[in-house]
Design a protein around this ligand. Structure first.
Ligand code: MN
Length: 288
């Protein structure tokens, strides 16, 4: 089993202050994970140097993720809005690098939210330009970008793996990868296997989420099929558990993701169960 198994920090805490991240890092390591994913949506108080030290002491890897906002959106046709979005992406890339991470992923290509109209051709051209420039900057730092494929209520840019591959082809940078998330795939893809096979070696990051984003295995996602597909393409990248509950709230992000329900209260129990579940799936699919 070679995949680093990660957990999203929102299983533990809703903000990025040092006391919160100290707790999140300790609990991530205690639950047996290899990696923690930090969301950079509201990261104004994130102390990169101190957090990097915490991660190193705990022996944990880090990945960073974010989405953009409607007033800072590189898929907009308005140059000022695009520029603001590009600025946020550069800031997040730099922060990820300072934390010791090598991948910045998520909805880097648009706001995270429900659009009222389809993506415009001009807006798509702006995405291609800005992400091409960001990828070049990332390459200079030895880093890569992930484009997370999310459902129609959270973006109008890429809802399927195939659309993400087309966008990658248009950008033409070899350090941009596809990020698949089972929660979103369940809504938009025909099944959980073909997208993985089609993305193949361009898969760079994976989110494991139940259909309701609660305890993994308690819903109806066919994880057996998905993990077998990962084994079929010999995927060795991170597999990160992502779950949200009204028990832990990140201002802004939780509302953008429509986290209204209490899916769980005990993040430690949730994370231990998910770590065991994911490790078992990886082991089983390697011995098919
Ligand atoms: Mn996700």
């Amino acid at each position: 089993m070679t995949n680093p198994i990660g957990v999203h920090a929102l299983v533990w805490v809703g903000d990025t202050s040092l006391p919160s991240l100290t707790s999140a890092v300790e609990r991530t390591a205690a639950a047996g994970y290899d990696l923690i994913e930090l969301t950079l949506h509201d990261s104004v108080d994130l102390d990169a140097a101190a957090t990097r030290k915490l991660l190193e002491e705990a022996g944990l890897g880090v990945a960073c993720s974010r989405g953009l906002a409607f007033d800072a959106d590189i898929s907009s046709a308005d140059p000022a809005v695009v520029e603001k979005g590009a600025g946020l992406l550069q800031e997040s890339l730099r922060l990820t690098h300072e934390l010791g991470g090598s991948i910045l992923t998520g909805v880097l290509y648009s706001a995270l939210g429900k659009y009222a109209a389809p993506l415009s051709p001009g807006g798509r051209a702006n995405v291609v330009t800005v992400l091409g420039e960001l990828a070049a900057e990332a390459a200079g730092l030895g880093m890569s970008l992930g484009l997370e494929v999310v459902n129609r209520y959270e973006t109008n840019v890429v809802n399927t793996a195939r659309e993400a591959l087309r966008l990658l082809d248009d950008i033409g940078a070899n350090n941009i990868t596809v990020h698949l998330d089972t929660y979103h795939m369940n809504i938009e893809e025909d099944d959980l296997v073909r997208p993985v096979l089609e993305v193949g070696e361009r898969l760079g990051y994976v989110h494991i989420g139940e259909n309701h984003r609660g305890y993994v295995g308690s819903g109806h996602i066919d994880f057996g099929a998905f993990f077998h597909a990962l084994a079929d393409i010999a995927y060795t990248g991170p597999v990160t558990f992502e779950s949200f509950s009204s028990a832990v709230v990140a201002q802004g992000l939780s509302n953008d993701l429509a986290v209204w329900r209490n899916m769980w209260s005990d993040g430690d129990d949730l994370a231990r169960q998910a770590r065991t579940y994911i490790a078992a799936q990886l082991t089983a699919s390697a011995h098919r």
